[in-house]
Design a binder for this molecule. Sequence first.
Ligand SMILES: [Zn+2]
Length: 117
Amino acid sequence: MKKHDIILLAVIVIVLLPIAIFLLNTGKGATAVVKSDGKVIDTLSLNKNGTYTYKNDNGYNIVEVTDGKVRVIEADCPNQDCVNKGYIKRNNESVICLPHKFEVTIKSKDNEYDVIQ
Ligand SMILES: [Zn+2]
C-alpha cells in the first residue's frame, strides 16, 4: 500500500466512523417501558445490554436486554407466563406478568419502521 493510500484510508475512517456511529445510534431508538401496578417505573434503552431486577409487593421479575430484544428471564410468579413468553422486539409488543401486575412494553421512536413487519 502506498503512503498516500494509507493517509486516504485514515481520512475515510476518521470522517466516516463518527457518521456511522451517529446513524447506528439514531436508527435504533427503541426503548422498553417497564410498568409496575400500572405505573411507569423504568425506561430501558435497547441499545444497551443488561439485566435488571424489579421487585414489588407481589414478587420479583428479572428483565434482560440483549441486542435490541427484551425478555423476562426469571420471576417468582406462579404461572411463569412472563418467562415463557420469551423475547419481544417489535413496537408495542409486551411481556405481561399478571400475578405481579408487571409489564414491559417496547416503544420504538421510529414509527415508520413498524409498518414493515
Ligand atoms: Zn410472571
